[in-house]
Design a protein around this ligand. Structure first.
Ligand SMILES: C[C@H](O)CC(=O)C(=O)O
Length: 264
């Protein structure tokens, strides 16, 4: 029975994605507040997309800051996977319809040069494995109608992932204090989100350690070359056609993206 429900929830989300039309929440058919089942739904769809030829290139943490947790009425972090086709170049325009109900958030991205396959990776392991850092804008979206989500819905929906933009000027961990770095995000030149590294579980490195441990525990350790999005440093903000968004993170530089009405 549970397996059938998992498959049904996975199919509902997949169809919403494929048809470009949001669906009803899946929490109605899944066991209440059962994160394990929600991740099982996520895994079914990850496997489906991999079989369809999509390539997993890393992972994202979500809900790591209290500002986003408050916006969505949840109280714990979650994670999803990143596919190569979700990557957007710095400064590019994306068609607004590529992500359902899009919102932007500014984050720190880590790119690994070593596998994190030891048991219980520590912050020392994460630091040693990190090749460089980049500023990032994550364009989150929900395949659930009107973002009517709880933690089960967003986990099942691959942590409400959409696309992600990476800055193009890598920095070393030794050059930046990730706890103290400030973040400002602007839309059409107007400030829309402000935050700091500390807002992300005390330090984006803590989010990376949590992800590294979680992926080891589930038997799919993070690998050299993987990109890790560590989670928003400030509130997420809705975007509309014509918007241009720039996020600046002190020590890391800037990253930009535009939203066009038409498909590119
Ligand atoms: C709903 C999203 O998972 C939020 C997110 O990506 C973040 O908080 O970061």
């Amino acid at each position: 029975m549970t397996n059938e429900i998992i498959l049904e929830a996975a199919e509902r989300i997949r169809q919403a994605h494929t048809r470009g039309r949001p669906c009803e929440p899946v929490r109605d058919i899944l066991p209440a507040m059962c994160l394990q089942t929600a991740y099982a739904v996520q895994r079914v769809n990850t496997q489906h997309w991999v079989e369809q030829g999509r390539r997993v290139v890393g992972c994202k943490a979500g809900l790591t800051s209290t500002s986003v947790q408050t916006q969505l009425g949840v109280n714990q972090p979650d994670f999803g996977v990143l596919f190569a086709d979700m990557f957007v170049s710095d400064g590019a325009d994306v068609a607004i319809h590529e992500v359902m109900q899009p919102k932007v958030e500014a984050e720190v991205a880590l790119v690994l040069e070593r596998d994190l396959d030891m048991s219980q990776p520590t912050v020392a392991d994460v630091i040693r494995a990190t090749a460089y850092l980049l500023p990032a804008i994550e364009i989150v979206g929900s395949r659930i109608h009107k973002w009517d989500i709880n933690i089960v819905d967003t986990i099942a929906d691959n942590a409400s992932s959409g696309l992600y933009v990476l800055g193009s000027s890598p920095k070393k961990l030794t050059e930046v204090d990730l706890r103290l770095c400030g973040m400002v995000m602007e839309r059409r030149g107007e400030q829309i989100s402000v935050g700091a590294g500390q807002a992300c579980l005390g330090n984006p490195l803590n989010a990376a350690v949590w992800l590294a441990r979680t992926f080891v525990e589930q038997g799919t350790p993070l690998k050299a070359g993987d990109t890790i999005l560590t989670g928003a440093l400030g509130p997420m903000v809705q975007v509309a056609p014509g918007d241009r968004v720039e996020a600046r993170i002190s020590g890391l530089g800037s990253v930009r993206v535009g939203f066009a009405a038409e498909a590119y």
